[in-house]
Design a protein around this ligand. Structure first.
Ligand code: ZN
Ligand code: FE
Ligand code: FE
Ligand code: FE
Length: 217
């Protein structure tokens, strides 16, 4: 930011400014994800975050590729937004004692990061296309796809497992099932539950496949 002049004059300037912003952000995310991974006790969540850490390292390289395509040196520009999101995550994680509640918090805090990235990449891609930087838009698009997939996966883990465990509803429904000695839920509640679970299964079939093959590997 210039004191006497305004640095961003054109849309092209804005594009390269935001490219530097997200480059800084991705580098901060590479540093902060290990802390989130360490804080979680859920295996699936841990593996999901570890996979996204690897993706993020590759996203940094992709951005370096885009800088090169633009004929610029890869350079970061301090992003106060990601710094704030990460600082808040550290604070919240530090205030939680219960491990199940901590797992739930980690999902939401990680999703705040993903959503920030999604807005930034969304704009960068639109601007790159508008400015005629098609190859850059394509490379940035690969990253956007990964950010959206990471976000969707976190939602699935939260809804299926981590949230019910933190609220105690997983334990409650296990107890109820026992009490009924294998009896099935009846009426509207059973129909609603089965609708919810089949909708979830349909939505995440693709992701489940990936998870299984990764586990096998
Ligand atoms: Zn600036
Ligand atoms: Fe990223
Ligand atoms: Fe930013
Ligand atoms: Fe991400």
């Amino acid at each position: 930011m210039g004191l006497f002049t305004k640095d961003i004059k054109t849309m092209e300037d804005l594009f390269s400014h935001c490219l530097q912003d997200i480059y800084y952000a991705e580098n901060q995310i590479v540093k902060s994800l290990p802390k989130m991974i360490e804080k979680t006790s859920d295996g699936e969540l841990k593996r999901g975050l570890q996979q996204h850490l690897k993706e993020t390292e590759n996203q940094v390289k992709r951005l370096e590729q885009v800088f090169e395509m633009q004929g610029r040196r890869a350079e970061g520009h301090k992003c106060p937004a990601i710094d704030g999101i990460i600082r808040e995550a550290d604070e919240v994680m530090g205030e939680i004692e219960d491990q199940a509640v901590l797992n739930t918090a980690v999902v939401a805090l990680a999703q705040a990061v993903e959503h920030y990235e999604i807005t930034r990449y969304g704009a960068l891609i639109a601007w790159a296309n508008e400015l005629g930087h098609r190859p850059s838009a394509k490379v940035l698009g690969e990253t956007l796809k990964e950010e959206k997939a990471a976000d969707a996966k976190l939602t699935a883990i939260a809804e299926d497992k981590v949230n019910p465990r933190a609220s105690g509803s997983a334990a409650r429904s296990r107890r109820t099932a026992k009490k009924r000695a294998g009896g099935k839920k009846t009426g509207a509640r059973a129909r609603a539950a089965s609708r919810r679970s089949s909708a979830r299964t349909a939505k995440k079939k693709g992701q489940r496949k990936k998870t299984t093959s990764r586990r096998r590997a």
